[in-house]
Design a protein around this ligand. Sequence first.
Ligand code: 1HN
Length: 349
Amino acid sequence: MATHVKPTPSNARADFYERIGAHSLAPLWEVLHNLVTPQPVTTAVPAMWRYADIRGFIDEAGELITAKEAERRVLILENPGLPGQRCITTSLFCGLQYILPGEVAPSHRHTQSALRFVIEGEGAYTAVDGERTTMRPGDFVITPSWTWHDHGNPGNTPMVWMDGLDIPIVRLLNGSFAEKYGADEQAITRPEGDSPARYGRGMLPLGERPTSLTSPVFNYPYDRTREALEAMRRRDQWDPCHGLKMQYVNPLTGGWAMPTIGTFMQLLPKGFKGAPYRSTDGTVFSVVEGRGTTKVGDQVFAWGPRDIFVVPGWTSHRHEATEDAVIFSFSDRPVHDKLGLWREERGRS
Ligand code: 1HN
């Protein structure tokens, strides 16, 4: 396949293609090498959104439209290589959502799964299926497919979080359903803290079996994540490419927390110089603490807290940290896993 020779054009062939085209037929031999490539090919490109460069636009959006009118006041992080496609990789959506004190983003549900990763501010809550969780910076919060969800900010600071959704995956499968709840806020049926008590303490209600493909823990708070990384760093378990990288799991299955999106938190110690790495899943990184650089393809992104960058699938990258750095990331790896498509390659740039 690597040394494919394009068929020689001829008038007879061109005429044939035109005639069969009128019958919704096309010759595979003209396009085979584009359909079945020797390696992954994507027009998505590496890109970075420096928080300081875009924060002003988030404020402006807050003056232009309310959360209620917008339904979700989100600025889409659109991959420059996928113009108009409203996604950050070919399989994932990413946006920054803004909710001001006193606002409510009205309740709805959809078949797309969503994650929130809190970037700035605190005190807003998200409600999922009758339970609220209050969000703080660094928290990873899940909205499972087809669950009612609304957000509110009863506090006094504006909040910004990153939204990650599997919109392009659901679109590919033509599986989008959505509906509005009919009131701004859904009925609350369980006290805040119920889900972490049942599922977030390394214990489970006796005999409980999974009833959903998504983790029942819907907020993985940053203080616990950070504590785990800090405790682990005392031992020598650094990966040459990833530093100390943890995946978020569903305690009922031990598998991914979400069926379509893999989520991770990694610690790169000051002075870390990572080896080159690539894998088939495309990854969005959101820096929580520290500074460093990531070389992605031919570009070097110098990052600091709250910056977001994207590494498309099968694109070689290497991290370096000039300070202790903590980075959240999400990717389409669970889908690759389930379909037997996931591959990685270490050490080659
Ligand atoms: C959505 O429902 C939320 O619920 C955020 O907060 C971002 C992007 C596209 C479609 C639906 C939310 C979204 C979204």
